[in-house]
Design a protein around this ligand. Sequence first.
Ligand SMILES: NC(=O)c1ccc[n+]([C@@H]2O[C@H](COP(=O)([O-])OP(=O)(O)OC[C@H]3O[C@@H](n4cnc5c(N)ncnc54)[C@H](OP(=O)(O)O)[C@@H]3O)[C@@H](O)[C@H]2O)c1
Length: 437
Amino acid sequence: MSQVSQVREIGVGLLGLGNVGSGVVQLLADNAAAIEERLGARVVVRRIAVREAKKRRKVAVDRRLLTTDARAVIDDPDVAIVVELVGGEAEAKQYVLHAIERGRHVVTANKALLATHGPELFAAAAKRGVELYLEAAVCGGVPVLRALREGLASDKIEALHGIVNGTSNFILSTMTAEGRPFDEVLAAAQREGYAEADPALDVDGGDAAHKLVVLAMLAFGARVRLADVYVEGIRQITPVDHAYAERFGMVVKPLVIARDHGTEGLELRVHPTMIPKRWLLASVAGVNNAVYVTSRALGHSMYYGRGAGMMPTAVAVVSDVLEIARNVLGRSPGMAATSVPRLTRRAVRDIGLLRSRYYLRFAVLDRPGVLAQLAGVLGKHEVSIAHVTQEGKEPERAVTVVILTHEARERNVRLALAQVAKLASVVEAPRLVRLCE
Ligand SMILES: NC(=O)c1ccc[n+]([C@@H]2O[C@H](COP(=O)([O-])OP(=O)(O)OC[C@H]3O[C@@H](n4cnc5c(N)ncnc54)[C@H](OP(=O)(O)O)[C@@H]3O)[C@@H](O)[C@H]2O)c1
């Protein structure tokens, strides 16, 4: 922070001027007067690190601010807040640690970095007495982390159900609405810019898992291993599954689910889930995100909006910058030096322990006794049937059998399905979708 003329200034050093960085520059410029009025100080971007200095930029920016040396930005004595928007893990981690060492406050949108190295970074920030803010890392512009950190600070969070990956939600919503297969909808999403050329991180659940780990930090103060989160993507969901969901008054959504089981650990899972159409989350369509929080005193609350994109993400980043600036300007003696979360190691429950209802789909040869065989294997594993549907009646051709179970233990369901898969009349691997009601 430096003093120039009468107006106080907060110096920001930007690492990255891609999608989000450009949005940050744009938002700070568009709202400069309002920000100055509210903060009583000016937020000034002092320097910007990029990989290629000569590249065309999405926003008008003074080229003299650009450098390819991220450390020079961090070391600039007029930079009080470093905003990390380079993405990736290794370099970003080095930059954030360097910024903390130099006593800079940090804002990052990097969920991959936080999910893997968050606890180490928070510990470093707490030790050095600087802030590490991360609102944009989950649900872009939707202030869900702020709600967990502040709005619900006096409450105890019991569970979260969220749609936190816009690409997966766009694909499943389009499949539901248009009855088209996954590959076709993915290709269309890529053409329209809703999916990356390499969609794996989005459609296979990795991005959602990063966000779930970050949510668990804020909701439960939990330090968990990313590798312990159960992750299943959406590639296996077919138009047939959507059609059955519709028939049962349900819809398939790409959910992240977290539940606190106290001394028995945390339930953390990412997978497509059938939910009742009457649920608020069922109407969260397209690229939108939402997190539905269950807390002891408040009950239910939901946070909804655009989870990605240049300007929505920039809103979260700039709000973090403003909050840090406000704290820096108004810090009174005796206040804690930093508000970074204090984390406790928590065990993540094995998915086998889950008790849930299940949608099971089988392709079987239409022979007498096949249904009884399926029921027998499920029954032997304590999986009881709530509903059975069989489609088609063509001897010696595969027909579809769909079973909805009562609540069962996942470990038992898996053992049963492994045994069913070996039956001579079963022609493809059984499919499973978890229900949440
Ligand atoms: N895009 C979104 O909607 C969104 C939403 C939420 C969170 N995020 C997170 O926000 C972060 C940034 O995402 P983005 O979409 O803005 O990425 P991006 O468009 O790829 O931009 C990355 C920027 O970082 C610069 N850069 C990369 N490595 C660098 C290095 N070693 N030194 C200096 N500059 C470097 C690049 O420079 P050049 O421009 O010269 O190549 C580019 O300007 C990521 O962590 C992402 O996960 C993004």
